[in-house]
Ligand binder design. Sequence first.
Ligand SMILES: *Cc1c(COP(=O)(O)O)cnc(C)c1O
Length: 378
Amino acid sequence: MKIRYFDHAATTPVRDEVIKEMIPYFGIDFGNPSTMYYLGRNAKKAINNARKQVARAINSKTREIYFTSCGSESDNLAIKGFVYANKDKGKHIITSKIEHHAVLDTCKTLEKQGFKVTYLNVDENGFISLEELINSINKDTILISIMFANNEIGTIEPIKEIGVIAKKNNIVFHTDAVQAIGNVKIDVQELNIDMLSLSGHKFYAPKGVGALYVKQGINFEKIQDGGEQEENKRAGTENVAEIVGLGKAIELIYNEYDEYNDKLKTFRDYFLEHVQNKIKNIKVNGDLEKRLPGNVNISFDNISGGELLYKLDENGICASAGSACSTANPMPSHVLTAIGLDSKLAENTLRITFGKDNTLDDINYLIDTLNKIKSKKM
Ligand SMILES: *Cc1c(COP(=O)(O)O)cnc(C)c1O
């Protein structure tokens, strides 16, 4: 059976050009970048080239990029690393209720260690309120961490405005941009972003490699002890091949930015129009304008996301009921709850996320299959 993949917010396939760049570093170029001979220097050079590629994509300096093992680690390192190093200045953090668990659970851990955390509400489209943000700031506030774009409903937060507020109040601003990379043009200087997390496997690089941007001059500590890799901010021998892959993938995705995002948006609009024509009483979650181009999040009136996924899977279709991280968890998604969906509607929710290898034929098949399932013909 042909597999049709509509879960690009969970992960993406590694593109061929990226694999090709990586292969030598598993083989002939296997050196440890911390060694001094040719093989080691060569590996170090490859990492620094990837660092340049990431820096160019977000308009930072090359030395402001640190490689990690994933987006979750980048979030942990940014938030814990920063607050541990700056706790003498204050112990209050502001975040939102719809963050990824890598941010939310990091904040929960910090609360147990004596930090104070404000979790901002969001409106029915998933936007934080700038007014509530301003009102939450106090003399103890040292960090604001708000995601660039939400992984479930695709809503893009008012990052520029948050950056202005953070700067004015002399508070450091971190953003989890794992979903935004490739789908939004990001200039960390123009947006006043002080720290930014990203992850390779959301933009056609492999799973298990991420990066963190930290603006020069911001003090943060390593959270994993060991060697002095990554300017002594992240211990552990570098994952050279995957770092090379991440660098290549971020360069490629921004080289083809317009074409890629136009394609995703065309798919999204086509899907929404046709699925709503065929199936009645569909509720679309998240904002329709300020939204990731490839994201669709919809709720049905009388079929659960779990049942839908099961039947879609029988027909070779991969999608998601909430976010992949919570599919083993029967609790309604914290994001859908935060935008005001009742537990029934939250349970009846399907997330479709398009990618660069999808075709119109795939999407017609998806619409047809959904319609047949919904009218109990499957
Ligand atoms: C996928 C994702 C993460 C986690 O990234 P990993 O590399 O899988 O650890 C963090 N935040 C958001 C918004 C994500 O979508």
